[in-house]
Ligand binder design. Structure first.
Ligand code: ZN
Length: 179
């Protein structure tokens, strides 16, 4: 299984390349996306992952649909989770994504990263964002989001440009996982 690279790895600092559209359905790209899903599924606290985080300098990221669950009421979420096994989560795939609109309204949001264990900080992000990308079949689509999903769009797009959240964050602190 693909391992998630950590912050000293130079692949995280490279500007990733677009995936040529005719290659999107190739075995190689499909296998990279499958590995990204497996790597993200292995991290209970992870909601999104960019291809450079598994060592592939390509403009692809995935976001767990769990991100949207996080914005519904806690009680409803608990109720839902009784019926959903962890690996039943689905992932939205964004290939060659471009942020087409970002709200002027910004706010500091808590952020961490699977490639920057175990630091957390606050990053100023647009409250709303719209992204245009291709899906796994190569079809162009556009999706608007607010809250955590909008934050994920911005964090993951930064990864594709070689930027890590710690480059922008304030109040960075280390919070080790509970044993
Ligand atoms: Zn990250």
């Amino acid at each position: 299984m693909a391992t998630i690279v950590q912050r000293n790895d130079q692949v995280l600092r490279r500007k990733a390349r677009d995936v040529p559209v005719p290659d999107i359905r190739s075995a190689r790209i499909r296998s990279i996306i499958a590995n990204m899903k497996k790597a993200l599924a292995s991290q209970p606290d992870g909601v999104a992952l960019a291809a450079p985080q598994i060592g592939e300098s390509l403009r692809i990221f995935i976001v767990s649909e769990r991100v949207e669950e996080l914005s519904i009421k806690v009680e409803e979420r608990r109720e839902q989770q009784k019926h959903i096994s962890p690996d039943a989560h689905r992932y939205l795939v964004f290939i060659n994504p471009v942020l087409t609109r970002m709200s002027r309204q910004k706010q500091f949001m808590e952020e961490g990263c699977l490639s920057v264990r175990w630091l957390y900080g606050k990053v100023k992000r647009s409250v709303k964002a719209t992204i245009r990308a291709r899906d796994e079949r190569g079809k162009l689509f556009e999706r608007g989001a607010s809250g955590l999903m909008a934050q994920a769009f911005q964090h993951e797009t930064d990864h594709l440009d070689g930027v890590l959240f710690i480059d922008k964050a304030v109040d960075v602190q280390e919070i080790l996982p509970e044993k």
